[in-house]
Write a protein that binds this ligand. Sequence first.
Ligand SMILES: Nc1ncnc2c1ncn2[C@@H]1O[C@H](COP(=O)(O)OP(=O)(O)O)[C@@H](O)[C@H]1O
Ligand SMILES: Cc1ncc(COP(=O)(O)OP(=O)(O)O)c(N)n1
Length: 430
Amino acid sequence: MAVLIIAGLDTGGGAGLKADIETVSALNEHPLPVISAITYQNPKEVRGIFPVPPEVIGEQVRAVREVFDVTAVKIGLLHGGAIDVVAEETKGLTRVLDPVIASSSGFQFLSPEDVDVLKKKLVPGSIVTPNVPEAEALTGVKISSVGDMKKAVRVLVEELDAEAAVIKGGHLNFTDVLYWDGRDFEFPGESVKGFTHGTGCAFSSALATFIAKGLELPRAVEMAKRFVEGAIMFSNREGKAVNPLWELQRDAQRWKAMRELETAVDKLVKTGELLNRYIAEVGTNFALATDFNEVFAVKGRIVRYGKTIRPVGLVELNASDHLRRALLKMREFYPEVRAVINLRYSEELVERAEKLGLKVSFYDRREEPEEVKRAERGTMEWGIESAVRRLGEKPDVVYHLGDWGKEPMVLVFGGNAEEVVERVHRLIEA
Ligand SMILES: Nc1ncnc2c1ncn2[C@@H]1O[C@H](COP(=O)(O)OP(=O)(O)O)[C@@H](O)[C@H]1O
Ligand SMILES: Cc1ncc(COP(=O)(O)OP(=O)(O)O)c(N)n1
C-alpha cells in the first residue's frame, strides 16, 4: 500500500521527509515522498527554509496520484504559498495534517497570516495533529491540562471543521487527546528518555500509515503513540533524533547479539577444565550489550560441572541483572565496551592481567557511601564508576575484594564477546 507524504527536508536527518519515509517503510508500506521545502537545519537549530514552488509540489503529487492507489496522505511542513495547492491536490484523500508552525528550537516556519490560511484551507476535513503550542495557536485556547486539551480538540473539530483532532502531549504531560465522532479519547503515556527531535513527524506519518492499513482512528492513534515511544527509547544518537527504524534494528541486533554470545560461550566451555577453578561460587555469567543497551546473558549462569563447566540455560535477554548493570555503567563512560564476564577473584588472576598489559582497576566496598549501601541497587554502578575514576582511563579488568557475605570478583570487559573470550583464555593460559 502506498502512503503519500508531503513534507520538508531536514538536512540534519532527524525530522521531516526522512523521518516520514523511514516511518512508513518501517511499518511495511510504500512511501511516496513529495518535497514541499528544503530546510537548512542541524540538531541544534533551524537556519532557514527554501520553499519549493507551489506548481512543483502540485506536479509531484499528480505524478504519483495518477499511478499509485493512494488513500491517505501525511502533510507536514508547508510554506504560505503551498497551502492552496496542497489543499487542491489532496482532495479525496484521508488527510493527516501535522501543522508544523514552529520548530522546538524556536524557528517560525509559518507566519500568523499563513496559519490563518492553513485554518481556512487545510484544517477543514483533515485529521489534525498539533502539539500543544500549535493547538494554542490554532484555537486560541491556553493549554495546561488534559481538560484544556479536551477543550481545544473540540474547537478544532466543531469550530474549525477538522474531521478529527489529536493534540499531542509531548510538551506537557505525554498524554495525547483525540476528538472524533463526537467524543474524546485519552491516550496516557509516560515520559520516555531519548532524543525527541522528529517525534511529531514520526507520529503523524505512523498515524497516516495505520489509517491506510484500515485501522479505526482511536486504534491508529494508540499504535502511532506506541511506535513513537519506541522511536524515542531507541533513538538515533548520531542524528540526535527519533529512530523510526528502531524495531527492525532492535530485532536485528538482538538476533546478532544472541548468536555472538552463544558462540563465545561455546568457546569458553571448550576450555572448561582450565576455567573450572575460576568459576565464581555464585556462578559465572557472560553478558553482551547491543547498541540499544539491551543486554543478553546466560540464563541460570555458567557453573562448575564435574571437572569442566556448563551453561545452565540458554542465552537470553536480561538474564543477568548484576552484569547488565555493570556493563551499562561502563558503557556510560566507554560506549565501545560491549561485553563482560565475572570470574572468581584470585591474586594470581589479577597479577597475570597486569603482566599481560591489560588495564586493571578495582573498587573497595568499604568505601561505599552509606546512602548507596542503603539503596536497593546502587553498589554495582558505584563500584564501576569508582574503578573507572580511580584508573582515569578505560579499564579492561575490574576487581573487588568482597565484603561481609559478598564474594570477591574479577570482571573482564571487552569490545565484543570474542575479545572477552580471548582475554579470558590469555588469563587462564588456555
Ligand atoms: N519524552 C517523551 N516520552 C514519551 N512520549 C513522548 C515524548 N515526547 C513526545 N512524546 C510523544 O510523541 C508524540 C509527538 O508529540 P510531540 O513531541 O508533542 O509533537 P511535536 O514533535 O510535534 O512537538 C506524542 O505521541 C507524544 O505524546
Ligand atoms: C523539515 C522539518 N519538518 C518538521 C520539523 C518539526 O519536527 P517535529 O517532529 O514536529 O518537531 P521538533 O523536532 O521540532 O520537536 C522540522 N524541524 N523540520
